[in-house]
Design a protein around this ligand. Structure first.
Ligand code: MLT
Ligand code: ZN
Length: 445
């Protein structure tokens, strides 16, 4: 493609075979072949890319490690993929400012490890935390099990370095939790999925590293009994750092076909609860917890050491990939309902009448409803089922995406179901920040 000839500070990939891995993320979508894949290594490359994109009329699709779940980084017609994996920069921890700065290309695993090396904690923990890049987590405002206590990625971002449509890098925010000089524009970029500009790096807030964990495996006799627990726990003053669940169908499948460590999982349904505050392994704390959980539990196991804790988490972490391997055409959604409406949600889901299984983040109402037969379902019928699912979540005060974002996968549903005022404001922002629609065109709005 001539428009990229001589682009400075960048590697350009143009042959079809080498571009193939850039057509997909971890959603069920496959993009169209891009005009090229560009791996920028400096500001000069980005400045030129923006200039040429505007002059030649092609779009720019940002890509981190490609672990997204909504097709946000898959190329659409007439676009160049901008792969940030070679973007330079180091991870720098500043214990005195309780923060860390890192480039978009930094693996999240290394960001978390760098904080830990200083006795500090960066909580966001999407399921892909061992393979995703920081930039992708910022662009998608990634969640994960820890969100039920610590919130999502955006709650940990102090400042953002971003490329805007003038072709320059700008920093929004400062390295302090207190910054109130006008609206927080950096926050506008977090979770924007690259439609306003591209995130090149960030300064992240850190917390002291938890020193003890109480990790519990909670099997229940009647699965509905799990549904009131998140609300009852917070009502009694307990705030788990994670509260995950498997419904009876997911649990049965894991038990029958999962790895060795899943074969012994007890109960009709199962939850994993983790607490990380100081004192959470004390007798008094655990007794209080047992009083609350005892009446619904069908046996309760508490991890007695780090090896057992990791064993419990390993089963949860592999669930998505395990189900995908067994049902390659499945669609995994990530709706949210307020925790007080969990019971209403599952009653409503039953009434919708299509087969689904669920697991995920019960503690914050973020549920991975999986339609395992999606690959074999007529696309029009599948669309109808998904719309019914989203409408149910929204009717109960929730939303159609809790952590994966809109991207390409949920764009039509997002446009159909969002409040018109919300869409109007979003379009106005897009028009103001990216009037030529060069940044991730065709995504979100
Ligand atoms: C998870 O929590 O396992 C992930 O968000 C992936 C999924 O949608 O299954
Ligand atoms: Zn999840």
């Amino acid at each position: 493609m001539d428009a990229l000839t001589g682009l400075p500070e960048a590697t350009i990939i143009r042959d079809r075979e080498s571009m193939e891995p850039f057509l997909r993320d971890e959603s069920h979508l496959r993009g169209v072949p891009p005009l090229a894949v560009v791996q920028p290594r400096g500001a000069g490359a980005l400045r030129e890319l923006v200039r040429r994109a505007k002059a030649e009329g092609f779009g720019l699709v940002p890509r981190g490690a490609g672990t997204g779940k909504a097709g946000g980084c898959v190329p659409t017609e007439g676009t160049v993929v901008v792969d940030f994996s070679a973007w330079p920069g180091d991870i720098r921890v500043s214990p005195r400012d309780l923060c860390l700065s890192a480039p978009a290309s930094a693996p999240l695993r290394e960001v978390k490890a760098a904080a830990e090396a200083h006795g500090l904690f960066y909580p966001p923990d999407p399921n892909s935390w061992e393979s995703c890049a920081l930039g992708g987590t910022l662009a998608t405002n990634a969640g994960g099990p820890n969100a039920c206590k610590y919130g999502m990625t955006r709650h940990w971002v102090l400042s953002v370095d971003a490329l805007l449509d003038d072709g320059e890098l700008h920093t929004f925010g400062i390295s302090s939790v207190k910054a109130n000089a006008g609206p927080a524009l950096g926050q506008l970029l977090i979770g924007s999925e690259g439609i306003f500009g591209f995130i090149l790096g960030a300064t992240l807030r850190l917390a002291p590293l938890p020193r003890e964990y109480a990790t519990l495996l909670l099997p229940v006799k009647r699965w509905e009994d799990l549904l009131d627990l998140p609300g009852r726990l917070s009502g009694a003053g307990f705030l788990p750092s994670a509260f995950e669940f498997f419904d009876p169908a997911v649990l049965a499948e894991l038990r029958a076909h999962g790895p060795e460590e899943a074969r012994r999982l007890p109960g009709e349904a199962l939850a994993i609860l983790e607490f990380d505050e100081r004192g959470c392994t004390s007798e008094a704390f655990l007794e209080g917890l047992q009083d609350l959980l005892g009446p619904v539990a069908d046996g309760l196991e508490i991890a007695s050491d780090e090896r057992q804790r990791q064993g419990i988490w390993a089963v949860r972490r592999l669930t998505s990939a395990f189900l995908k391997e067994r049902h390659p055409g499945k669609v995994s959604e990530d709706i949210v309902v307020p925790r007080s409406r969990l019971r209403d949600f599952f009653e409503g889901l039953g009434r919708l009448g299509f087969p689904s299984v669920s697991y995920g983040h019960l503690g914050d109402g973020n549920l991975h409803v999986n339609l395992l037969a999606a690959g074999e379902t007529d696309p029009a019928i599948l669309d109808g089922q998904l719309m019914d699912l989203f409408r149910l979540a929204i009717r109960l005060g929730g939303t159609l995406s809790g952590e994966h974002g809109i991207g390409l996968a949920k764009r039509d549903a997002f446009l159909a179901l969002s409040d018109p005022g919300h869409l109007h404001a979003l379009r106005a922002l897009k028009q103001a920040l990216d009037p030529q629609n060069i940044f991730n065109p065709g995504k979100v709005i």
